[in-house]
Write a protein that binds this ligand. Structure first.
Ligand SMILES: N[C@@H](CCC(=O)N[C@@H](CS)C(=O)NCC(=O)O)C(=O)O
Length: 337
């Protein structure tokens, strides 16, 4: 018995030690590529075009990390992952980070051997139904069949919501976003529920998008953000500050177009942010121009939002609570200094 306990302890220690030793930045540099886990095709977030080129909000976060780590935003290998596959792919090292509409929750952050670096998009769960049902509130959905994706917070929230409001429902749990669209389109379920942003994206895939309406209720908090494996603090810091840099650049008014001019700006905060002064790169183990590389190659947070999700995109999502803190929103980066 005693022996068994000792063995367990030793094995336990070895299992913990392995990821702590792994230096993801070194691996990324040797490989010359960041591997980024993304969703399999959700307009505005991550979708490949006809030539296989990926674009979207989640993709731009992968690109920002590659710009910071390698000086080249194009050096990313995208690994499309279903909701069920995503955490295993990160835990096993198949991907260096997840940038995939994934909600930061306690159980995921503390219990899965992964760490969320921050929130890239503050979302919440919504409901979509056919207009012809003439329903204007989720509270009128009693008796509905409800499509959700497997292994998501969506499944849990819907159970809470219908339970708390004493509404009956029949869950239809499906393992891919495209299969849900098909099920919904063909009437297998009355309701499609997921993150509100994804509802707007998925609506475009329906045969007649105008025949559907998104109900006003938002039933949960879904802070979506990138995650890395636990045990590599250096890589955690790099991904976290790549995300903060996007937000800080917007606050400082640094854009893809003016980043170069900013290197000689009269404003010391701008010069420091862009690496013309100070040693933020050295502290992160990166090139002094790490954040300049992010903004000049990918843009700032606002540019990324507008291009992929905002008014310049087909989704036309308002900034809402994803505006900067000094414009009434929640996006707030600690100082880069
Ligand atoms: N934010 C929720 C839901 C995430 C989620 O996977 N949403 C669907 C919305 S469409 C998705 O991204 N599916 C794409 C796919 O499975 O590739 C979570 O983290 O559990």
């Amino acid at each position: 018995m005693k022996h068994a306990i000792i063995t367990t302890l030793v094995l336990g220690t070895a299992a913990l030690a392995a990821p702590a030793k792994a230096d993801t930045l070194d691996i990324v540099k040797q490989r010359g590529m960041v591997t980024c886990g993304v969703s399999q095709g959700v307009a505005g977030f991550s979708a490949p075009d006809d030539t296989g080129k990926w674009s979207g909000f989640d993709i731009d976060i992968c690109r920002a990390v590659a710009a910071a780590a390698l000086g080249d935003a194009d050096k990313v290998s995208y690994v499309p992952l279903s909701t069920n596959e995503r955490f295993t792919a990160l835990q096993s090292g198949t991907v260096d980070l997840l940038s995939r509409q994934t909600t930061w929750t306690l159980s995921r952050d503390a219990g899965l051997g992964i760490r969320f670096v921050g929130t890239a998009y503050y979302d919440g769960q919504g409901f979509m139904v056919r207009k012809e049902l003439d329903i204007d509130s989720a509270l009128k959905l009693s008796g509905a069949t409800v499509c959700t994706e497997q292994g998501t917070t969506t499944e849990q929230n819907v159970a809470d919501y219908f339970g708390a409001n004493k509404l009956k429902y029949e869950p239809v749990v499906i393992d891919s976003a495209d299969a849900i669209v098909k099920a919904f389109d063909t009437g297998r379920c009355d309701v499609y529920t997921t993150d509100a942003s994804a509802l707007y994206a998925q609506r475009l895939k329906l045969a007649d998008p105008a025949a559907y309406v998104v109900l006003p209720e938002i039933i949960s908090k879904e802070p979506l953000g990138p995650a890395v494996r636990q045990g590599d603090d250096k890589w955690f810091s790099i991904v976290r500050w790549a995300l903060f840099a996007l937000v800080e650049a917007e606050e400082l008014g640094i854009t893809q177009a003016n980043a170069e001019a900013g290197l000689t700006s009269a404003n010391p905060a701008i010069r420091r942010f862009l690496g013309a002064e100070g040693d933020s790169g050295q502290q992160l183990g990166l090139d002094p121009r790490w954040s300049y590389n992010i903004v000049s190659k990918v843009g700032n947070y606002g540019e990324i939002f507008e291009r992929n999700l905002g008014q310049s995109s087909e989704l036309k999502i308002d900034r809402g609570i994803n505006a900067l803190w000094n414009a009434g929103g929640l996006m707030y980066a600690p100082p880069v200094r």
